[in-house]
Design a protein around this ligand. Sequence first.
Ligand code: FES
Length: 106
Amino acid sequence: MGEVGETAWHELLIEPLGVRLRVSAEQPLLASARAAGIELPSSCRNGTCRTCLCRLVRGQVSYRIEWPGVSFEEKRDGFILPCVAYPMSDLVMDAPGVRRANASAP
Ligand code: FES
């Protein structure tokens, strides 16, 4: 779903919530989700604590930090850190801890 222009946009589907978002290639996934009212588990938001670790089912992301806290094997198996991952294509992400920000607490 990329567009010609200054900023590339992609579609992100977050499971198991089944929510679809339009995300900018210039913003980490966590920030884009938050801006759309979707909360993913997070803490440090700089790629070190791994609280946000989840699996990318489809698509590609890139990192702008030297070595995000995800191992080679985890990367190979599709795990990403959405707090520092930038979308490079349309994505499907499996994030069991995802919830709507305005959802009332149990
Ligand atoms: S929130 Fe800490 S690694 Fe993503």
